[in-house]
Design a protein around this ligand. Structure first.
Ligand SMILES: Cc1cc2nc3c(=O)[nH]c(=O)nc-3n(C[C@H](O)[C@H](O)[C@H](O)COP(=O)(O)OP(=O)(O)OC[C@H]3O[C@@H](n4cnc5c(N)ncnc54)[C@H](O)[C@@H]3O)c2cc1C
Length: 522
């Protein structure tokens, strides 16, 4: 008879899912990997800047930890961040063992600088193709290891709350061909929700579905109000929102408005290398103030050869628009980039539901606090992926701590019409307009009202019906808006124009849970 506990069901094939599956296999388990698109399609492959790890002679995990805590605006969980920074070198060694071709200088792994890191500790591969190198290397390893992979297969729902022997309801990417499968422990590695915003750096698979699925099953979520916006994504009418990595500013590029002024100087002591939220808001303000649709990244001060060697993908992309960064300023704008919150987990990746784990961007481990430090997210997928894999081999019953404030939500049933025309576009507009870089109570309430309307059409009418991708998108968007409305202050990536200051009373995490959730199973 098959032992379900030895057959984890890993959902998602970005860095977190691929790495968990590989480590599970090495530790003697027989994982199944499912992914809603192609095996290699994940946000991971678009990561450019690199992966943070304190491996240089002038660096240490303690310094990395200090920077991570400082970036997180008071809400970083120190134990989780300590695990992240101290285990980073060992996880990089794993990637090297799997064959990730990190760039080197004189035989040593090279490292670059990024905003809010006090040392050059960003390891990269293929110049600015770090994510692609990692994704392709891990994918090859997964296939070589003979791990069962099911592509174009989406998780849509978990029955029996993720306990071992759980039933996972899966379907084709489009919501058709529904099937139930006996899943064993489930590892959510479904990534973030950036593509639910009209302006986003994320690929279309990043719809935050894992969050909706976990919430419906009764799991606790935390920090959903913290969506990180990236300040420098290529802007041109009709062009794809291609990210111009922060590492470009790390190499010396500066931001200018149309008139050529460096508008960040004087706003923050680190100017263009200030934390992402500061730079994103400054760019957003400048765009609104000037009425010009973008600002400009000026990299003309960086020697041409160095720029082309370090950022070949950026150069290739810009060339298709006739731009040469050694000569031309690059038009940029801020976009939604990273989901800081997600499924609440403890240090071993356990959610509040027995048998349900989460790691990577879908998880809320507490390492990012209110504001992620650049290049810590690929790393988070590895560090907590490793901890999940070990936990699956030697499970210990325990629970993540509950946040200080938990909002328990009713979620209405609807007409079950998942294919309402234009619904996803409407979600994207609502999030960008009212749950974006600058938020207000009025905007958030109107967003929630409209999302509620959409839910009344798209939500299943009966408990036996399976929520489709659109219903899950509406739910995830509502969870972000609900959390943002609850936090009546500005902190890290969350900025409220009606509460523009940080308030000591809000030095806490906000949890979201379904009203009828099973609560705290033993
Ligand atoms: C343009 C860009 C540049 C970035 N640069 C960096 C960087 O330099 N350094 C850094 O640390 N971070 C960077 N990030 C962030 C980082 O890439 C992500 O946080 C990280 O890759 C997330 O990995 P993951 O494995 O958690 O999720 P992903 O890589 O997003 O993978 C999620 C997987 O889950 C699948 N999936 C989703 N829902 C379902 C479902 N319901 N059923 C089945 N499968 C599902 C998806 O298809 C996908 O395979 C960048 C992000 C972007 C968008």
């Amino acid at each position: 008879m098959r032992d379900p506990a030895s057959r984890p069901f890993v959902v998602g094939t970005g860095i977190a899912g691929l790495y968990v599956a590989l480590r599970c296999r090495e530790l003697g388990l027989r994982p199944t990997l499912i992914t809603k698109s192609r095996l290699e399609e994940a946000t991971t492959r678009y990561a450019q800047g690199g992966i943070a790890a304190a491996i240089g002679p002038d660096d240490s995990p303690a310094l990395h930890l200090k920077d991570t805590i400082r970036a997180g605006a008071g809400l970083v969980d120190p134990a989780a961040a300590k695990a992240l920074c101290y285990e980073a070198p060992a996880r990089i060694a794993d990637l090297v063992r799997y064959g990730v071709p990190f760039d080197t200088v004189e035989g040593q792994i090279a490292s670059g600088r990024e905003a809010a890191h006090s040392r050059a500790r960003i390891l990269h591969a293929g110049g600015d193709a770090t994510g692609l190198s990692i994704e392709e290397t891990l994918k090859r390893r997964v296939l070589d290891a003979g791990i069962e992979v099911r592509e174009r297969t989406a998780l849509r729902r978990l029955k029996s709350g993720g306990r071992p022997g759980t039933v996972a309801v899966i379907s084709g990417e489009d919501g058709r061909n529904v099937e139930e499968t006996d899943a064993g422990p489930v590892v959510l590695a479904t990534g973030g929700a950036g593509s639910l915003y009209r302006q986003s750096s994320n690929p279309s698979v990043a719809t935050g579905e894992g969050v909706a699925i976990a919430f419906r099953a009764g799991a606790l979520l935390t920090d959903m109000e913290f969506i990180q916006f990236h300040p420098t994504v290529f802007w041109r009418e009709g062009a794809p929102r291609f990210l111009i990595t922060e590492a470009v500013r790390g190499e010396g590029a500066v931001l200018r408005n149309e008139a050529g002024e460096r508008f960040l100087v004087g706003q923050h002591r680190d100017a263009e290398l200030a934390p992402r939220d500061v730079v994103s808001r400054a760019v957003d303000r400048e765009i609104h103030r000037t009425g010009h649709p973008c600002v400009y990244l000026d990299a003309t001060g960086i020697p041409r050869d160095r720029f082309f060697a370090r950022f070949p993908s950026v150069c290739r992309f810009l060339a298709t628009y006739g731009l040469d960064p050694s000569r031309d300023w690059i038009p940029v704008t801020p976009v939604a980039h990273y989901m800081i919150g997600g499924v609440t987990t403890d240090l071993e990746g356990r959610s509040t539901l027995r048998g349900l784990y989460a790691c990577g961007e879908v998880a809320s481990t507490g390492v990012h606090g209110a504001n992620r430090l650049a290049s810590n997210s690929l790393l988070e997928g590895l560090v907590f992926g490793e901890r999940v894999a070990r936990q699956l081999v030697h499970p210990v019953a325990a629970q993540p701590a509950r946040p200080e404030r938990v909002v328990r939500l009713d979620w209405p049933s609807g007409a079950g019409r998942d294919r309402v025309p234009g619904a996803v576009d409407r979600v994207r507009d609502i999030l960008w307009d009212d749950v974006g870089i600058v938020r207000s109570g009025g905007g958030l309430r109107s967003a929630l009202e409209e999302l509620g309307e959409l839910a009344r059409s798209t939500e299943p009418g009966r408990a036996t019906e399976i929520p489709g991708p659109v219903a899950n998108a509406v739910l995830t968007a509502s969870l972000i808006a609900r959390s943002a409305l609850t936090r009546t202050e500005s902190r890290g990536a969350h900025f409220r124009s009606d509460f523009p200051k940080r308030r000591p009373a809000w030095l806490l995490h906000i949890g979201l849970e379904r009203k009828e959730s099973p609560g705290r199973p033993g």
